[in-house]
Design a protein around this ligand. Structure first.
Ligand code: 3SL
Length: 253
């Protein structure tokens, strides 16, 4: 159990920062804008019934063996590229209603599904991104109002912060700041940095900053520019994906 006192509202910039027990009793928003969060939000919004996030490729292959193959799809990537033997990569553009409607998905990604694994044990686990920004903001505000502590958990990239995840968390923090939410105090250095980033954005759309990120550059050449644009579409899928007992479904709240 961590000795550190965790504030009512905290931000984690990468999965490597998590300490044992840190998320217990908290509402956790897992953020992996490029692209795990965006793929999951799109898939559930387009009719996928359930997502099984797993950390390792082997786990996905074992799981699918015991399921009705007609009802289930495997989605995943390593270093941005579809995993051999999987049905699809990790792309919101693949998750059309025709492809995912009525299907269960097994997913494994480099950082996003790892962050979800680390979140197990939290009071409530949500998947957040620009696609469901307002729904996440509303739930975070509601939780703080009910005195439930909140963690904005940025998946980052291989243990390092990612610009796009930090920007999203900063936008949530900045919106709470503008509304005078008292839970922001005390604000950590990470929180200050995230807010500065969001304030730099001003009235502009996030895609301008996200396109400058390391990850957008890593994806260039692997996927088209429209992939990053889709992941940055504000409130395009106003749903709340929630992870319960290891699987993610739309919240019934
Ligand atoms: O790291 C992850 O979980 C992925 O979202 C990375 S990628 O965008 O599919 O390369």
């Amino acid at each position: 159990m961590s000795e550190k006192q965790h504030p009512k509202l905290e931000i984690i910039l990468s999965a490597n920062e998590i300490e044992e027990g840190q998320l217990k009793g908290r509402l956790v928003v897992v953020i992996d804008i490029l692209r795990a969060s965006s793929t999951m939000i799109t898939a559930l919004s387009n009719g996928a019934t359930k997502i099984y996030p797993v950390e390792e490729t082997d786990q996905a292959f074992r799981l699918v063996q015991n399921m009705d193959r007609k009802q289930v799809l495997t989605l995943g990537e390593r270093n941005g590229v579809i995993i051999e033997g999987f049905d699809y990569g990790n792309s919101p553009l693949s998750c059309t209603p025709e492809v995912v409607g009525g299907k269960q998905l097994i997913m494994t990604t480099t950082n996003g599904t790892r962050a979800l694994e680390y979140s197990k044990g939290a009071e409530e686990i949500l998947v957040g991104g620009f696609l469901n920004y307002s729904a996440i903001l509303e739930r975070v505000e509601g939780a703080l109002y009910q005195s439930i502590p909140v963690t904005l958990f940025c998946a980052g990239w291989r243990g390092c912060p990612a610009l796009e995840d930090t920007l999203f968390a900063g936008m949530i923090l900045n919106a709470l700041l503008e509304r005078g939410n008292p839970s922001l105090q005390p604000l950590s250095d990470a929180g200050h940095m995230a807010i500065c980033l969001a304030q730099r954005l001003g009235e502009k759309a996030p895609v301008g900053i996200v396109k400058q990120s390391d990850h957008a550059r890593r994806l260039a050449g692997l996927v088209g520019e429209d992939e990053v644009e889709v992941c940055c579409s504000m409130d395009a899928c106003p749903v709340l994906p929630v992870m319960l007992d290891g699987t993610i479904e739309l919240s019934k709240r």
